[in-house]
Ligand binder design. Sequence first.
Ligand code: MN
Length: 713
Amino acid sequence: MIAADDLIALVRNYNPKTNEALIRAAFAYGEAMHDGQTRQSGDPYFTHPVAVAAILTEQQLDDATIVTALLHDTIEDTKSTYLEISERFGEEVAMLVDGVTKLTNLQLSSTETKQAENFRKLFMAMSKDLRVILVKLADRLHNMRTIKAMREEKQLQKARETMDIYAPLAGRMGMQWMREELEDLAFRVINPEARVSIIRRFITLQREAGDVIPRITNDMRHELDAVGIEAEVFGRAKKPYSIWRKMQEKELSFSRLSDIYGFRIITRSEMDCYRALGTIHRRWRAVPGRFKDYVSQPKSNGYRSIHTTVSGRDGKRVEVQIRTRQMHEVAETGVAAHWSYRDGVRAQNPFAVDPAKWIASLTEQFTAEEDHDEFLEAVKLEMYSDQVFCFTPKGEVVKLPKGATPLDFGYAIHTRIGSACVGAKVDGIRVPLWTRLKNGQSVQIITADGQTPQATWLDIAKTGKAKSAIRRSLREARKGRFVKLGREIARSAFEHVGKKASDKVLEKAAKTLRLADGEALLARLGSAEISARDVVAAVYPDLSPRPHSEVDTARAVIGLAHDQAFSRADCCQPLPGERIVGIVRRGQGVIVHAIDCPNLVEVEDEPDRWLDIQWAEGRHPAVYDVTLDLTIGNDAGVLGRICTLIGERKANISNLQFRDRKPDFYRLDINLELSDAEHMHSVISALEAESDVAQVERKRDTDRIDQARTAAE
Ligand code: MN
């Protein structure tokens, strides 16, 4: 095991001003905490955190990151706590260790490759500080380096996870060497045969053509020397996994795969990058379409380099990357370069990207075509703050908007599960349905047969999917109630004329009234869209009872003196069919309020002004103004359809006023002239049945309390 002194020496190499006491204390504390624990290999457990810390010294990271590496498994695997770490090593370290612990606790499902992208997003979303990911990546790297000690089945699972999640994550953060090593370690486990066969091909190739790498390297050095460019040239065979992936992608055999060698030219200045490029292109033929200039157009993670592919006389292609030393450092360490230390201070590499600004700057920087995906990714990243990722008991990730509740989670899995929801457990603990879910929580929905969506759920659900499913289901339940009610009304109406409301009779009535079927007829009858009289008349035109004559508007209210004028209160807009009360106005006249109007409080202690009145029996003309508060989708034509719908129900629109126009919806007040409460309900249920109508409410305006007060006086 690396001793504390050795680790400190590694840090001191790049950071002479390191807080030695802090690292020593973390070392001693971690060692004591993990005392007695062993790894699968039989080594003392603490060898692992130390190795992880050592990996991070290669990236020249700050003290907090090194200390975090030493402690990264303490909260999870020992009796240590957040509080204790915070007291001993400070809030920053405690926060970082806690972040690593949270990532460790995520149950990654190895079988779900298609979920990998979600996991990567989850990682980003959960890590307030990218150093958490750097430690987690180093942790995984060490575990992969020592994977042979694991059970075979476990090896495969870890390798897949590494290939699906950790290696691409390292790549995204611009850490090329990390990505390549993780891929190679995972490839060894996942497909050892393929890896070995590629390595064998290399050996054969070398035997046939000799070692081409030193030859080409020397050629390049010679060319650069000749024009006076000072530069280092390195060559290498590409990693087996990257060759294998290319073979898969391009469906090429190894022998037809051309650029299996890569060369790097590290120059002294940016200017020399371009001079070197010119030199290389003059000497070898450039392969069309393979030239990319990431020096003038850097990638968002700070990557700068000139890429080109050239071919020699034998037609063999080689890839060449040209960059300065500083660019090279950023190309290898990616966003980690931001934390790199040299001589006790942050190494000021001008190309290092501040991870915090990384995402934001992406939106401006991207122009190159191949950055497009990355750009989209970044845009999505920015939106992660509006999202939470939760797990099913089986470990699948469910993506939800921020503020989502277990109800949304249930509906996201399946409408059936959402609809039958009676409760939920989050991380094994029973929680109320309105609980807001957090990143990484595991959610279990408890269902019961016979449960149906409740109206109150509309306030609990956050997602459109859940809301619309709940609304649909409520609408259906309501329709069921109307059908039942309609059947009752039909039964008594037909009995009244000495007939029976059999299914056959109802079908006939439906046909005459141009309705789909008997059930549709009953639903409309129940919701008062059609009257019992019309239904009976549709089958027995001669038997139908005489319609009531229309109520005279002047005598619409019973209980007034014959010369007493009345008017309806604006605040509650009472309709025939609703219970009312009259309030005598000072001076003259009576204001008719709904019995439940909140403004009646104003005249509570003046009993002599209250009049016991009621609406006249019979059919009232459609003259009573009612305001509906409507929220509708802003599709073209919705408004037209709504007006038609209202017209079909013989209601007159007297006024229409927009209150809010959002890109997705409009909110408006519609004033209707209606005959009674039944009429209003028929209009409301027709509107509710329209799919573009999100919400209909009768507007009882307590804002009008001032008007009501004047009315009441
Ligand atoms: Mn670990």
